[in-house]
Every structure is written in C-alpha cells, then in structure tokens.
Design a protein around this ligand. Structure first.
Ligand code: ZN
Length: 448
C-alpha cells in the first residue's frame, strides 16, 4: 500500500513539528511552549531573508517579519499577511481519537490541535514564499504578522497594525472556513457586539404570594416586561430604531445566497429549531445584515424549590449583534433608552454595559481581491463567494476602518472541528492553499 504521507512530504514534517509544540496561549502553564513556538517560527522567516522582530506585552507575543519584493521593491505594494500560532486548549482528552499534539493521518485528514487553526495555514505561507523566492518571482513586499494571542482576543496584534507605517496596501488572512468542499469564500463584513447586565429591583424583600400575589410588583415579571422592549417583531426583525444604519447586502453578496446551505436543514444539523416561521426564507439576511438581540441568561428566585414567593430582585445578561453599517454608540443609546422606557412603574433598573465592538465592513472589490479570487478559482474550479459573518472579529473591524483591502478566507471546512476534539485538516488543502498563495504572491495585477 502506498504511504499516505508521500504526496504531502513538502509540508508534513514542519507541520507535525509545529503541532507538537502545545502553544495554548490561554493557559499560563504553556508559557514556555509559546516561547518554543516563537523560537521555531522566527528562524524560518529569517532563513528566507525576512527581517524579524518580536513584540511583547504582558501575556502576549507577536512575530513580525518583513520580506522585500524581488521585483521592483521600491514600487511594489506591501501585503500584510496575518496568521496565528496560538491554539485552543485540547479540552477533554478522552474525546480525541489520537493525542492532540501528535498529528496523525487518518484517511484523507490530518488530525491534531491547531492543524488548520491556524498552523496548517502558517506552513502553507512558509512553503509558498520559499517556492516564489526560488523562482525570483516575489512581486509584493510582505509584512507577516504572526499573532500569539488570537484565541484569547489579544490586543497586541491590533496595536502593531495601528502603528504600521506605511499602511499596508492589502491584507491576506488564511484563518477561516470554506462554505463546503470545493466552495471557497471571502468574508467581507462581520457583525459587531454590545452586551449588558440588567438588575431589576421591585421592593425591599421577597413576599408571600398568598398575602400579596396579584397586588405586589414581581421582579421576574418586571424583568420580562423590560426585556420585551427589545423583542423581535412577528417578521423576526428587531424594532425599527434598533435597525438604524444597517446596510443592505451588496449585489455580490446577495448572489451568494442561493449557494449557501439550506437554512432549515442547517439549523437542524446544529440540533436547534428556527426562531420563527420566516427563518427558512431569510436566515442569511438576518445573520449577515440584521442586528439581533439575545437574552443570554436570567437569574431570579429559587426555581428548584416549590416556593410560592414574589421575588424582589431579578437579573439578566443580554447582548446585541450589530449589523454592518451600525455604530456601537448610536445603537447603545437607542437600546438603553428603549430598555428604560419598558421598565414598569415601581421597578428600578440598573443597567451595566459589558463591552462592545463595532461591525466590520471591508472593501468588496480591487485588484487584490480579483487576483485572490482567480487563484482560488484555479484550484477549486469555482470562484470564492463573497459572504458575511454573523460573528465578530476586531481585526477585521480595524482593517475596515483603515480601508485596507482584505482577503479574509481560509482552507478550513465546516467539518474541520476547530476549537473541538479531533480538529482536522483535509490533506489535499495543503497543496491547494500553497498553490493559491504562490499565484497571489507572484501576481502582477496587485500593484500600486
Ligand atoms: Zn484561528
């Protein structure tokens, strides 16, 4: 039988070595492994001629590496390439079919923590650059920003990016999923976040429901009434004032909608149910271009007991996702006023903001996107769809604010199990991703 490693010997030894370093950034017990990972990475960049620098802040490290173009570096554009070397913790080892930090091939997959999030992509970067340099074909100045704190939402990489002079002409991020096998995607917008804690007080003490039931104000009921102020309407949309500023989907993103997984089966696969009868028709518009409001948790009374009391206090954690185009401060003022207006007379609301981030809106066209799109189409036979993400990524918000044309993509798959046991990389994506990068880094269209 043929050795399954044979076609992938260009990548496997390095990827296996890197996976074997358990660079779990969130766990202080792995602090030395973060340094080992840096010590493994840095010489690989200096070996092909890059100038490297390591930036540090408490608990965070970022590796920066600058590599000049081989073709007219003075006039060549500068491409920022982002990736990260920290990984999620392995979690429950009993749920892994092979040791997480010992990469193993089974079938057409390579298994291990970090194989695709994001170490596989890092090894593709290294191999592509080596190949392009060997052909004397590097047409862009590359500035690598290899983050050691992506998985714990670090801020050092963002600071490095803000300080970067001159500003990069484009950015490439391989750290995300395709829609399905053979169907790549570029992410062009994400939602923002806005979170609150609410405390409702309706009196000095809990009361007996026999003596006061039907007469005294109930804190749980007051909380529900208050939260009702932000509730979705029957069409599944939030009240109009909370939708202010939301941008409609562009024509190119709209064109991707019919190619996305069918909403109702997508929800069923996740083990959940549609929020209302319209979700089947407009799920992606909602996830990508509408704000949402979720009650994340409620605490009040003693529900475990048969306890006929009227609670005097209730609390909730809630959060909004802001649509691309919306701004945190505007929507925060609106949401806070609506919540306060919904508080029943006699109840006292204490509202505490718990963090927020603006949505990201990235340019949707330009020579870098065209070149990247062609490179993906050459490998997969279909051009990437421009799609949006319902989640939030501060890095993209910053790139959008800086108007940096960004290719946010990756060769992970929905079945890649990132952040979960048995994380895996489709082996054939190693040559595919590397070929895409080689084409892009030697493309002559992406010039200033
Ligand atoms: Zn990642």
């Amino acid at each position: 039988m043929d050795d399954p490693r044979t076609p992938y010997l260009r990548w496997l030894p390095e990827l296996e070595e890197l996976v074997a370093i358990p660079s779990v950034g969130a766990d202080p017990a792995h602090a030395a492994d973060m340094e080992r990972a840096l010590a493994w990475l840095e010489p690989r960049f200096t070996d092909f001629g890059a100038t490297t620098r390591i930036e540090r802040s408490p608990g965070e490290q970022v590796l920066l590496a600058d590599l000049p173009a081989q073709v007219r570096p003075e006039t060549a554009p500068t491409l920022l390439i982002y990736g990260h070397f920290d990984v999620q913790p392995a979690g429950d080892l009993s749920l892994w079919d092979s040791p997480p930090f010992n990469a193993e091939i089974r079938g057409e997959w390579l298994y291990g923590r970090g194989v695709i999030d994001d170490k596989g992509h890092l090894v593709m970067y290294l191999e592509a650059v080596r190949a392009v340099l060997a052909r004397q074909a590097l047409t862009v100045n590359i500035r690598f920003l290899i983050d050691g704190a992506e998985e714990r939402a670090g801020t050092l990489a963002l600071d490095c990016m803000r300080r970067m002079t001159p500003r990069p002409d484009g950015c490439l991020i391989f750290d995300g999923p395709m829609i399905a096998r053979g169907r790549p995607a570029f992410y062009v917008a994400t939602r923002g976040t806005l979170a609150y804690h609410l405390n409702i007080r309706t009196g000095a003490r809990d009361l007996h429901s026999g003596q006061f039931g039907g007469a005294a104000l109930n804190a749980v009921e007051a909380l529900i009434t208050t939260l009702g102020g932000l509730r979705r309407g029957p069409d599944g949309r939030l009240p109009e004032p909370l939708r202010a500023g939301a941008l409609p989907l562009s024509a190119s993103v709209r064109a991707a909608l019919p190619l996305m997984p069918e909403p109702l089966s997508y929800l069923a696969e996740q083990g959940t149910h549609p929020a209302d009868a319209h979700v089947g028709a407009d799920m992606y518009e909602r996830l990508w271009a509408e704000p949402s409001f979720e009650i994340n948790g409620i605490a009040a009374g003693q529900p475990a007991l048969r306890h006929m009391a009227i609670p005097c206090e209730a609390q909730a954690a809630v959060s909004l996702r802001l649509a691309p185009g919306q701004e945190v401060e505007t929507i925060a003022a609106t949401a806070e006023a609506m919540l306060r207006a919904a508080v029943p007379a006699g109840a006292e609301l204490t509202l505490t903001r718990r963090g927020a981030s603006d949505p990201a809106v990235l340019p949707q066209s330009g020579p870098l996107l065209d070149a990247a799109s062609d490179a993906f189409a050459d490998q997969f036979g279909s051009a990437p769809l421009l799609i949006q993400a319902g989640g939030s990524l501060p890095l993209l918000t910053l790139l959008g604010d800086m108007s940096v044309v960004t290719v946010m993509t990756g060769l992970d798959l929905p079945e890649g199990n990132i952040h979960a046991p048995n994380e895996r990389l489709l082996l054939e994506h190693l040559p595919a991703g590397t070929a895409i990068l080689e084409a892009l880094l030697s493309d002559k269209r992406f010039t200033r």
